[in-house]
Design a protein around this ligand. Structure first.
Ligand SMILES: [Zn+2]
Ligand SMILES: [Zn+2]
Length: 457
């Protein structure tokens, strides 16, 4: 049995992994690096060699997992592609958006190969995706698995975003489990992961928050209370409030949180709310699938739970900056050319304004630089524009969609895997797990799969 890490570096980038087991070659995810462009943004599909893969399983619709799916399907057009219903619906939205982003980047970054795929190609391939239910065992032809011969696959709710799943593969009498991105705690909308509690032989595990210790006494609930208190104070201050959010996941969590708080009287007084166009599209899918994908507040329609206005790229220059108004727009990392990046200078230079971060930011991103800054600092938010002097207040909250490192460690302790492969993390995050796992599961062999090399598992 072999595992090859097709991500180009030890990082959260273009996630894709090849598993060779039971005579089959299974590709797990086919992501695009969220901050790179051109070939470095794609997985190292060359390492697949001429044999390609026999089947592809997609864990969820974030760009770093789905972004290069059309390229993978082009390499092996006959291989079936499996995912949950919600992942299929959201992947469709995200990939079409990605074509639009790449068309713009083609000129800006002089990338003649862009877009790497077209709207028409997505329409064609999305019709071929095979929808599978959670906790239903199937073989690699997509049939319900009735015998234990060959390789079988089963998806488990990962609690990360709508549709997200971990992948349990059974082959050669062993169980191999890939977590994808996971959250073991309830969020406002997403329910905690329900992962297999049986013994796992090989665990392939995300390590996103390995470098983020959880403060003593921290709970998600207490963090929500702190967030709402700061938000109330900011609204009462009269300032405009920028909340940079990922269009997929965090946008819907925030709407559910604001709605719940207003209903419970934890947010007083009216406020304006602007949301981004891509976030609104994902919210529409979330509403359409309410009742079918696992989530809290199954009846809640997010698109109409609060008065809100939807804004797109061309509106940004004219968008009024108003008091008592929340701008919940993507991207979460304020990446150049996104709505939050375009709005940022007008918020940053406004001493009455607040910028509230609710999720992870890469330290090298504009959001990462803003979070590390002090009032009065000059910051480069967009490389083509003059630096901006920060006057606004900046607040940070941990409302992550990823499991805490302790949550993941305790899963390792319960699963007692023979081998643990550490993926989807920066080197300090991976190192923390490599150090701590032997303490909770001394018999587990810890492997950091080097990019591009097959490791025997
Ligand atoms: Zn994710
Ligand atoms: Zn991810």
């Amino acid at each position: 049995m072999k595992f090859t890490n097709l991500t180009r570096a030890e990082e959260i980038g273009a996630n894709s992994y090849l598993l060779e087991a039971g005579g089959s070659r299974i590709l797990l995810d086919a992501g695009m690096h969220p901050r790179a462009a051109g070939a470095p943004a794609t997985p190292n599909f060359d390492a697949l060699g001429a044999r390609g893969f026999d089947a592809l399983v997609l864990t969820h619709a974030h760009q770093d997992h789905v972004g290069c799916l059309p390229l993978a399907m082009r390499l092996c057009p006959d291989a079936p592609v499996f995912m949950t219903e919600a992942t299929a619906a959201i992947s469709d939205v995200m990939l079409h958006n990605s074509v639009n982003v790449m068309m713009r980047q083609r000129e800006e970054l002089s990338l003649p190969d862009y877009p790497l795929f077209s709207h028409r190609e997505i329409e064609r391939i999305s019709a071929e995706w095979r929808i599978v239910n959670l906790r239903s065992r199937f073989d690699l032809s997509g049939e319900r698995a009735t015998n234990v011969e060959g390789v079988t696959c089963e998806l488990f709710d990962a609690g990360h975003i709508l549709g997200s799943a971990g992948v349990l593969l059974r082959a050669e009498g062993r169980r191999i489990f890939y977590t994808g991105d996971v959250n073991f705690e309830d969020q406002t909308l997403m329910r905690a992961a329900e992962f297999p509690e049986e013994k796992i032989d090989v665990l392939v595990m995300e390590t996103t928050r390995g470098d983020s210790p959880v403060p003593e006494g921290f709970t998600r609930k207490s963090e929500e209370v702190r967030f709402l208190a700061v938000l109330q104070a900011a609204l009462d201050d009269g300032g405009p409030i920028l909340i940079p959010v990922f269009a997929l996941g965090k946008s819907q969590e925030l709407l559910a949180l604001l709605h719940g708080a207003r209903k419970a009287g934890a947010l007083r007084g009216g406020f304006g709310l602007y949301v981004g166009g891509l976030g609104a599209k994902v919210t529409a899918v979330t509403d359409r699938l309410r009742g079918s994908a696992p989530r809290h507040h199954g009846d809640l329609r997010l698109a109409s739970c609060l008065p809100m206005e939807v804004v797109g790229g061309s509106d940004m220059a004219k968008l009024p900056i108003l008091p008592r108004t929340i701008y919940a727009i993507s991207s979460g990392m304020m990446t150049e050319n996104t709505l939050s990046n375009i709005l940022a200078p007008r918020i940053l230079e406004n001493p009455a304004a607040h910028c509230m971060f609710v999720g992870y930011s890469d330290p090298d991103s504009p959001a990462g630089r803003l979070r590390a800054s002090a009032p009065g600092d000059e910051l480069v938010i967009d490389g083509r524009q003059r630096p901006v002097r920060r006057q606004c207040k900046v607040e940070q909250f941990t409302l992550s969609a990823h499991a805490t490192r302790d949550g993941l460690l305790s899963y390792v302790q319960r699963a007692q895997p023979g081998k643990v492969l550490l993926v989807h993390g920066d080197p300090p995050a991976v190192s923390w797990f490599a150090r701590e796992i032997p303490r909770v599961s001394p018999r587990s062999e810890v492997i950091v799969p080097p990019p591009g090399q097959a490791v025997e598992i």
